[in-house]
Write a protein that binds this ligand. Structure first.
Ligand SMILES: [Zn+2]
Length: 212
C-alpha cells in the first residue's frame, strides 16, 4: 500500500505503511518531533501516537500552536487529579473538563479542601511532571471498565460509563494511563507528563454532581 499525507503547506509525503503522528513529525525534523503535542487528522485533534492509516490531511500541533493549549490543560487536569488521589486516596473523581481560562476537576471528598492544600497539590503535580510518565491510551471493553472502577469505588466513573452504554450504546471506552494512575477519557493528551511545565492552581469551589 502507499499512504499519502498532505501537510498544511499542501506538500505531500508518501509512505509505504501507516505511521503515527510522531513518526511523521520525526520524518520532517527532530525539532518538530520534540515539540509535537498532538496532531490533527482531517481536522480532528488526536494523540501523537495515533496511527495515520489512510490518505489524509495532517497537521502537527506543537507547543507553539495555540491549539495545543486545550490538550495541555486537560492533561494538567489529569495530573492534578492524580496528585490529589496520591495525597488523599479517599477522594473520588468525576470529570475534569477544560474551560476558557484553564481547567478544573470535580471531586468527591470526605474532607473539605482548604486554600492551603493548593500548594501541596501543586508540589505533588510537579513531582508527577518530573517523573515524566508516558501518557498512554488503552481501549477497554465496557464491562472491564465498569468492573475496574467499581472495585476502586469510583462510582462516578461507573455512572458515566453506564450512561454511555445506555445513551450511545458504546461497547468500548478509552482509558488514559500515566504511572499507576488512569482515567476514563476521550483524550487527546500530551505524550508524557513532563509536557506540563508551568501551572498554577487558583481556587477551590464546591460542586454538585449532576444536581437534580
Ligand atoms: Zn480526561
Amino acid at each position: 500500500m502507499s499512504l499519502s499525507i498532505t501537510l498544511p503547506d499542501n506538500s505531500v509525503k508518501k509512505f509505504e505503511q501507516p505511521i503515527t503522528i510522531s513518526e511523521l513529525a520525526a520524518s520532517i525534523g527532530a525539532g518538530l518531533a520534540k515539540s509535537a503535542v498532538a496532531g490533527k487528522i482531517n481536522g480532528e485533534i488526536v494523540d501523537i501516537r495515533t496511527l495515520i492509516e489512510k490518505d489524509s490531511k495532517v497537521e502537527i500541533i506543537t507547543i507553539q500552536n495555540p491549539e495545543s493549549v486545550k490538550v495541555i490543560r486537560h492533561s494538567a487536569a489529569h495530573i492534578m487529579a492524580q496528585a490529589i488521589q496520591k495525597l488523599w486516596p479517599e477522594v473520588k473523581i468525576t470529570i475534569g473538563p477544560v474551560i476558557d481560562n484553564g481547567f478544573f476537576y470535580d471531586l468527591d471528598s470526605p474532607r473539605t479542601f482548604v486554600p492551603e492544600d493548593l500548594e501541596k497539590i501543586e508540589s505533588q503535580m510537579q513531582k508527577i511532571a518530573e517523573a515524566d510518565y508516558e501518557i498512554k491510551k488503552e481501549i477497554w471493553p465496557v464491562n472491564k471498565a465498569i468492573e475496574t472502577f467499581k472495585k476502586m469505588g469510583e462510582r462516578f466513573k461507573v455512572e458515566i460509563i453506564e450512561d454511555l452504554v445506555k445513551k450511545e450504546n458504546v461497547k468500548e471506552v478509552s482509558i488514559y494511563h500515566q504511572g499507576d494512575w488512569f482515567d476514563l477519557c476521550r483524550g487527546p493528551h500530551v505524550p508524557r507528563t513532563s509536557f506540563l511545565k508551568a501551572f498554577k492552581l487558583t481556587s477551590i469551589a464546591g460542586a454538585y454532581w449532576r444536581r437534580r
